[in-house]
Design a binder for this molecule. Structure first.
Ligand code: HPA
Ligand code: ZN
Length: 335
């Protein structure tokens, strides 16, 4: 079963590219940019990765992201992630990036987007991995700052498929960004939002009704509201669930307590994702494997999760059908 999961073709829809920055590359980039890190070595970095909640993670995550300064830095980070995708049979990925984190430290939008996009183009050539980029606004910053970032992104539309919302959820409801998302939709960007990770079900309603999102990132708290759960089922709104992340950030005490398979069996459109793999102890395959090892996920559930990952992607319909067909053949051949 573990080999079946590893070799299964899959898509990833919830990965913060800055969260894929492994300690060794973080040190190498810090060295070449002459930035001093608050850690003596990679082991100390890993030891620092003990989180109580989302905020305690974000505080460390933004420090790590601050080593990134040049186009080459963004390229190298993205390339390292794509090499992992290739290893893990991820054939399509939709990546978040957080431009405000970098622009607030003097890095130009152009540097960020060109570094990441070049790596994605090379990933298509070298590994045949398709990808889209989703710009995330940091919800702890103002709506004005988000709007400025959006306006900057308009010139780069050919590289960015959509916009999302990440960072500290509590106290920063989706409604704070109504105007920004309205403008984004007018400009032709698709929309997504983190909601119902630490925040209440009400934030999921808002993301759907006020920001017109195509997917909810996390969304696992939806079950607290039966009417909302019903709506998510009826409309087949995808939830990009991140099991290892949820345990690391104490959203669930342990994988055994996670509701992902319960959501799947209720016919919610759930997918598996890694969120910030360098920080949470695993990439996409490790997330699938832990669901098998600790929640007893069976083959049928695994294939449904992978099928959902393609169907919930922003790929054109013909590509979705092609990938689902390949997946189904893979599952049949393993019988
Ligand atoms: N939630 C909110 N913000 C984030 C996350 C997350 O899981 N990962 C990186 N930024
Ligand atoms: Zn996330």
């Amino acid at each position: 079963m573990i080999d079946f999961l590893k070799n299964m073709p899959k898509a990833e829809l919830h990965i913060h590219i800055e969260g894929s920055l492994e300690p060794d590359l973080m040190f190498e980039i810090a060295r070449r940019n002459q930035i001093s890190l608050p850690y003596a070595n990679e082991k100390e970095v890993r030891n620092a990765y003990q989180f109580n909640d989302l905020q305690s993670f974000l505080d460390i995550y933004y420090k790590g992201a601050n080593v990134l300064k040049t186009k080459q830095d963004f390229y190298d980070m993205t390339w390292a992630y794509l090499a992992r995708c290739h290893d893990q049979n991820i054939v399509h990925t939709e990546l978040f990036f957080d431009p405000q984190t970098h622009m607030d430290h003097g890095v130009d939008f152009d540097v960020i987007i060109n570094g990441i996009s070049r790596a994605l183009e090379d990933g298509k050539k070298a590994f045949n991995i398709t990808s889209y980029l989703v710009l995330c606004f940091l919800r702890h910053l103002s709506a004005e700052s988000a709007m400025k970032t959006l306006v900057r992104a308009i010139d780069y539309k050919q590289h960015i498929i959509g916009v999302g919302l990440d960072s500290s959820e509590m106290g920063h409801p989706p409604e704070k960004f109504i105007n920004v998302f309205e403008r984004a939709l007018k400009e032709g960007f698709l929309t997504v939002a983190h909601a119902g990770e630490e925040g209440p079900a009400e934030y999921i309603w808002q993301a759907l009704d006020l920001l017109h999102v195509k997917r909810i990132d996390h969304g696992i708290r939806c079950m607290e509201d039966p009417d909302l759960t019903m709506r998510l089922i009826e409309e087949q709104v995808p939830l990009t669930v991140c099991p290892l992340s949820n345990v690391k950030l104490n959203v669930f005490d342990e994988i055994k307590a996670h509701n992902i398979l319960e959501l799947l069996d209720k016919n919610l459109k759930v997918t598996v994702n890694s969120d910030d793999p360098a920080y949470f102890g695993g990439y996409l395959n490790e997330n699938y494997i832990v669901l098998y090892n600790e929640l007893g996920m069976d083959k049928g559930q695994a294939v449904r999760l992978a099928k959902n990952s393609f169907e919930s992607s922003f790929l054109p319909l013909k590509d979705k059908l092609k990938q689902v067909n390949i997946l189904e053949n893979y599952a049949d051949e393993s019988e």
